[in-house]
Design a protein around this ligand. Structure first.
Ligand code: ARG
Length: 292
């Protein structure tokens, strides 16, 4: 495995200042903002440490005043084969992030960490890897639509990357990004929360992932945003899980690295949301393999 490379955004300007998803608690935040911000810094540092322990390299860019959700780097772009497709936010509150992430990716390109940088066509909403998850085992994207990202954005992703995309319709505002309810693990299992999906989406998931590889998250797992996890090798990094979920993952040979991410859960985000993998690479196409 090549070393995972992860982009994160410094939490200096993190805040829960508005409500664009049902998790967000601006009142709770405001009641003790200084303490929550300190806790967010501690949580962020603990997540960085857990990622590094799991062998990842972490690049941290600056956030910006007035863009409190910019800390959720997963939403900025979809990245595969060093090509970056910057998204477009549905909530007006987050649109200011697009230009800043474009600038940041161009700076990463200058340093050779990514290649081409483009933005998805105007008129499409697409919230980055939060709604476009690369399944390294299966060699395709799973995309979420129906809450924040548009269905048509899936076609744009397929066209840009030249890879298969499997769109899944999200049924609940509480699970507004695919990464809140769906997590492919490095060994091929998929941790998912069935109530977050439409019947068609569930049919699609179950057609593509054998039952033996499907791990159902409970209501408590989903409520703790534990499905919003980062899978690196045998390590799964997630917000503090209920014991049953930890045991289920350990029984399959994973090591669970639990991080207290409660300040970010007040904004509706956890481990996966705070990270953006820059190193995902697609396998060589079957034709190329045959020719080689
Ligand atoms: N408050 C942020 C929003 O609603 C949270 C984003 C969490 N990110 C994620 N990939 N689920 O946009």
């Amino acid at each position: 495995m090549t070393r995972p490379l992860i982009l994160m955004t410094d939490p200096k300007w993190f805040d829960v200042a508005y409500e664009i998803n049902p998790w967000m608690r601006p009142g709770v935040w405001r009641a003790d903002a200084a303490r929550h911000l300190r806790a967010a810094r501690t949580a962020f540092d603990a997540l960085v440490a857990a990622l590094k322990t799991a062998s990842a390299a972490v690049e941290v860019i600056d956030g910006a005043q007035g863009l409190p959700d910019m800390v959720f780097a997963a939403n900025a772009a979809v990245v595969l084969d060093r090509r970056v497709l910057v998204g477009r936010f549905r909530p007006t509150e987050r649109r200011g992030e697009e230009a800043l992430y474009l600038t940041a990716f161009k700076a990463l390109k200058k340093r050779g960490l990514v290649g081409e940088v483009a933005q998805i066509a105007p008129g499409l909403f697409q919230e980055g890897a939060g709604d476009a998850i690369w399944d390294a085992r299966r060699g395709h994207f799973w995309t979420g639509f129906g809450q924040r990202s548009d269905r048509a954005a899936s076609d744009a992703i397929a066209a840009f990357f030249g890879r298969e995309v499997v769109p899944l319709e999200l049924a609940s505002p509480r699970f507004y990004h695919l990464d809140t309810c769906f997590c492919p693990l490095s060994g091929g299992e998929v941790l998912y929360y069935p109530p977050a999906f439409t019947p068609d989406a569930l049919t699609e998931i179950r057609a593509r992932v054998p039952a033996s590889q499907l791990i159902e998250a409970s209501d408590a797992d989903a409520a703790g945003l534990c499905v919003n996890a980062v899978s690196i090798g045998e390590t799964v990094i997630m917000a503090r899980p209920p014991a049953r979920l930890r045991r289920a993952l350990e029984a399959r040979g994973y090591r669970v690295a639990a991080v207290d991410l409660s300040p970010f859960i007040l904004a509706g985000g956890a481990a996966f949301c705070l990270t953006l993998r820059l190193d995902h690479a697609s396998p060589p196409a079957l034709a190329e393999t045959a020719a080689a």
